[in-house]
Design a protein around this ligand. Structure first.
Ligand SMILES: C[S@@+](CC[C@H](N)C(=O)[O-])C[C@H]1O[C@@H](n2cnc3c(N)ncnc32)[C@H](O)[C@@H]1O
Length: 253
């Protein structure tokens, strides 16, 4: 039943529609400002897109928090196509759409895995904190979609909050996710539990190593990245100019 499947698109949409009004403040405060730093690092880590005036996708764009970083690093960006399933996040993004940037941003309100994005349509693909609400099968579909939309030579960078396995402060981090975050939410947001769901998705996600393998299987050149002791992880890379030989060597992790 979709109501019980926390990875069903309708369920995820509901969580983010209900969170949207307070998402920016809550994610900033509860991550102690790390989300903003990680967005910047995610953009900084992306290999140069092939084009002088690149066009690309911000997948699971939310309220467009990453756009200032992207446009600061690549001022000549021609167009960002933002894709998000949540009407609430979408509305907020449009409201805050930083009017001076509006002409460079298109918005598709849709389940990214059901969308009909054109092949070879992107010089880059970026996604910040958009992986955790996909299970393994959905991540495989996302990897295939990225391979489909990227132009040969196009680049990508994805980042997601992760489980910092092996870090000595991991218990503190998990305490923050499992206890502090839901408590703050219950106290400050009238007993709501939606942000706690974001904590659940993050814990279930593990890290981006699986996504790195899935992208390699799609023929992408991929590097796996850890940010701040693995509290966030990501993948960066490129679609090769010449398709990789089936069974040939791929980039080392
Ligand atoms: C944690 S927010 C991240 C938003 C933003 N990228 C940021 O840096 O804060 C995850 C976003 O993914 C969107 N999302 C989740 N599943 C999706 C799907 N199947 N298709 C499109 N968007 C999706 C949610 O609506 C939400 O806005």
């Amino acid at each position: 039943m979709p109501g019980n499947d926390i990875y069903a698109p309708a369920f995820v949409k509901g969580v983010f529609d209900r969170c949207s009004g307070r998402y920016i403040a809550f994610s900033y405060v509860c991550s102690l400002g790390f989300t903003e730093r990680w967005r910047r690092q995610c953009v900084a880590a992306m290999p140069e897109p092939g084009a002088a005036a690149p066009t690309g996708y911000d997948l699971m764009a939310g309220t467009g928090e990453v756009w200032p970083h992207l446009l600061a690093r690549f001022p000549a960006t021609r167009r960002i196509v933002a894709v998000d399933i949540s009407s609430g996040m979408h509305r907020l993004a449009l409201d805050r759409l930083h009017a001076h940037r509006a002409h460079r941003i298109d918005f598709i309100e849709d389940d990214v895995l059901a969308s009909a994005l054109e092949s070879d349509s992107a010089d880059f693909v970026l996604s910040t904190f958009g992986l955790k609400t996909f299970d393994a099968a959905q991540q495989a579909r996302l990897a295939a979609l990225m391979a489909h939309v990227l132009k040969p030579g196009g680049s990508f960078s994805l980042i997601e909050a992760s489980d910092p396995k092996g870090w000595w402060l991991r218990p503190l981090y998990l305490f923050h996710l499992r206890i502090v975050l839901p408590l703050v939410e219950r106290l400050l947001l009238n007993g709501a539990r939606d942000f706690a769901m974001i904590g659940t998705y993050s814990m279930n996600f593990g890290d981006a190593a699986g996504m790195a393998d899935l992208l390699r299987a799609e023929g992408m050149e991929v590097s796996f990245r850890r940010y701040f002791f693995g509290c966030a992880t990501g993948v960066i890379g490129r679609k090769p100019l010449v398709p990789a030989e089936p069974g040939g060597l791929s980039a080392a992790p």
